[in-house]
Design a protein around this ligand. Sequence first.
Ligand SMILES: Cc1cc2nc3c(=O)[nH]c(=O)nc-3n(C[C@H](O)[C@H](O)[C@H](O)COP(=O)(O)OP(=O)(O)OC[C@H]3O[C@@H](n4cnc5c(N)ncnc54)[C@H](O)[C@@H]3O)c2cc1C
Length: 283
Amino acid sequence: MVVALGAALFPQATPGLLEGGHEFYTNAGAFAAREVLETFAGGNVVIGVASAPYKCVPAPSETAMLVHDLLKERGLLDRSTVTLLLPLPRPVPPAPDASAAILAAFAERGIAFRPDSPVASLDPERKVVVVGDGEEIPYDLFLGVPVHAAPAVLQDAGMCVDGYVPVDPLTMETQFPGVYAVGDVAATGTPKAGVFSEGQAIVAAQRIIATLRGEEPSAEYDGRGTCYVEFGHDEVARIDIRFAAGEPPTGSLVGPSPEVTQDKAEFGRSRVKRWFGRDWTGV
Ligand SMILES: Cc1cc2nc3c(=O)[nH]c(=O)nc-3n(C[C@H](O)[C@H](O)[C@H](O)COP(=O)(O)OP(=O)(O)OC[C@H]3O[C@@H](n4cnc5c(N)ncnc54)[C@H](O)[C@@H]3O)c2cc1C
């Protein structure tokens, strides 16, 4: 059995988020936020994350840069600010050169970055975001990333420790014989990103196939992944990263450049073709 239920989102765990802000991590939330952005007349935009771990570590940083691009395109920059609040010390902690490039891009664009600042709550009436240490930040538009955890069905089944399913990081086996867990639902030591889910699923599949054939399973997860980061202006960078079990993570940056933008498009196209048997058509 393979458990691959992903991470569930709990926007209601952050008081005021649903009433006074817009979460953009569910499909419905992302489409709703797009409509709000289309009619936004300028002001203080705050992008904030409730807690770590959360899916796709660079996504809130990308959001800040894309919002900046949008405000610029629509001539709203002179009456707007963009602030990013992360619960992390740097935009991409395991990849120092990627963090440095993102921070340089923020400085160039005038995006304010506050590290170690998880969003505790929103006060919709006073239009302030309250961060973990009690500081209040005024906002006109809040785009938020909600609290994540394994779906309730797994919590209720007693499979979770600290919100996720513990696994052997090399084999993806849980403590229950014959049960594997892969992807966002599993505590693998890797970030919550599709590229890691994909690699873990391959290892679980290879081990199950070997077992069914009566062979000793030998496939082990190497913790490698490639993560693309949107810098706006149609420029994309790539972070090649490795989370080897028991070792500090290592990551390096390529780009941003038009070549990596092409590379990302091909990465997406190949997955859509392989998984869904169709061409990428965009949204
Ligand atoms: C804004 C954003 C940007 C991202 N960008 C990237 C990126 O650039 N690169 C990258 O690698 N990753 C990215 N990710 C992360 C990526 O989407 C996830 O890490 C990945 O989808 C996790 O895969 P998964 O199979 O573990 O879980 P999921 O894709 O979440 O799949 C789990 C599935 O299980 C279903 N499910 C849950 N509970 C039940 C139940 N009780 N019964 C039946 N079905 C159930 C869910 O509906 C879902 O379909 C991004 C995520 C977000 C939100």
